[in-house]
Every structure is written in structure tokens, then in C-alpha cells.
Design a binder for this molecule. Structure first.
Ligand SMILES: [Zn+2]
Length: 208
């Protein structure tokens, strides 16, 4: 296990009242904690707690990317309170208006480019179609958004090497459309064998 991950786990164990020198107790604690997290996730689903579209949006936007292999932080979640547009289906005026709105939103949220030019990026985007929105293709919404984020959230969308897209609709038709972004650095380009490598960690190494 990577040293930073081990430290993070031992620290969390310590914060929960455990003795960080007792790694065997820490492993027991970790397995119970993970099991409880899964249990809560399933009971939430069974109880229908995802009925609220806001709750669903919130949960989905916290998704951690297992492939990009970066430490959990820094992850930025950025809510954009404006309806998605499709690059293909909108005229240039609508696209310009969308781009200006995105820029204004990011300024209001104090979000600016915080990645160096050569940093590779993993992006999760959830498009929520509102009650007045016609259905749109996911890839066309994505293209319009990525274009609008150029020189706002990152230098160029060519830096995005992993893109995770979700399209939702509010069945109760109570909301306007909105977009939720989850952005982080990606470690995918640093290791060609990243997935196999991650499995090796689990297979061959223990927390001790
Ligand atoms: Zn990723």
C-alpha cells in the first residue's frame, strides 16, 4: 500500500479513537468502516432516499475516480446553476451566451484556473435537464461545456484525459436544468500500467 494512503488510514483510525501503532486493530476497524459505508449506501437506495434529485446530484458528484489514481484531494465540486446546452443543436449566439454565463458563474464562485498547463485532468460532469429542457445528446452537451470551460477552469480541454458523463432528468419536473462538475488531477498518464498496478497493491501488499 502506498505510504500516503497508509498514513491517511492510520490518521483516520487515530481520529476515531484508535491506537495508530496497533495496525492489526486498524485493519479490523477499516474493514468494519468500509462494510458500514456500503451498508448505508444500500439502505439509502432501498429506502428511496435518492428520490430527491438534489440528493442524487449531490451523491453522484462525490464519486471518486478509481482509475486516475490521485489522492482524494484536491477534488473540486463546482455547481453551475444554468441549464445544459447542446453544441450541435444551438446557434452561435446561444453558445456565446452560455460561455459568458459559465465564465460569470465561475467568477462568482471564485473558481479560476488552478492547474498548470501540462497537468492532466479527470472530469466528472452531471447534466441535469430541467422541466423545460428538451432531451439532448450527452456528448453534444459535453462538447459545449468543455468549450466554455476553456481558459476558465483549465487552459485547454485537451488536458482532459478522463471524462465521466452523466445525464439526469428530474422526473418530478420541479427544477431548472443545472450542471455539476467534479474536477481533479489525473495520474493516468504517469503510469501506463495503472490499473494492474492498483490491483497489485491490493494483492501483494498489506497495511503492514
Ligand atoms: Zn478519472
Amino acid at each position: 500500500m502506498r505510504e500516503s494512503a497508509k498514513e491517511a488510514i492510520l490518521n483516520a483510525f487515530k481520529e476515531s479513537g484508535g491506537d495508530p501503532n496497533n495496525e492489526s486493530a486498524c485493519l479490523d476497524w477499516l474493514s468494519v468502516t468500509l462494510a458500514m459505508n456500503n451498508y448505508h449506501r444500500y439502505t439509502e437506495l432501498l429506502d428511496g432516499n435518492y428520490a430527491s434529485i438534489d440528493h442524487k446530484l449531490d451523491k453522484l458528484s462525490q464519486h471518486h475516480c478509481n482509475l486516475c489514481k490521485t489522492s482524494p484531494f484536491p477534488i473540486k465540486r463546482i455547481p453551475l446553476n444554468l441549464p445544459p446546452i447542446s453544441k450541435q443543436a444551438s446557434d452561435s449566439d446561444s453558445r456565446k451566451h452560455f460561455e459568458r454565463s459559465i465564465k460569470t458563474h465561475l467568477e462568482l464562485l471564485n473558481q479560476e484556473i488552478s492547474y498548470p498547463k501540462d497537468e492532466k485532468i479527470c472530469l466528472l460532469v452531471i447534466f441535469l435537464l430541467g422541466n423545460k429542457d428538451r432531451d439532448k445528446d450527452l456528448d453534444n452537451m459535453s462538447k459545449a461545456l468543455l468549450d466554455a470551460l476553456n481558459n476558465c477552469l483549465f487552459h485547454d480541454d485537451s488536458a482532459v484525459i478522463h471524462l465521466n458523463l452523466i445525464k439526469l432528468r428530474d422526473d418530478k419536473n420541479t427544477k431548472n436544468g443545472e450542471i455539476m462538475i467534479n474536477i481533479r488531477r489525473s495520474g493516468l498518464h504517469q503510469n501506463n500500467d495503472v490499473i494492474f498496478d492498483a490491483r497489485n497493491h491490493l494483492k501483494h501488499e498489506s497495511i503492514t
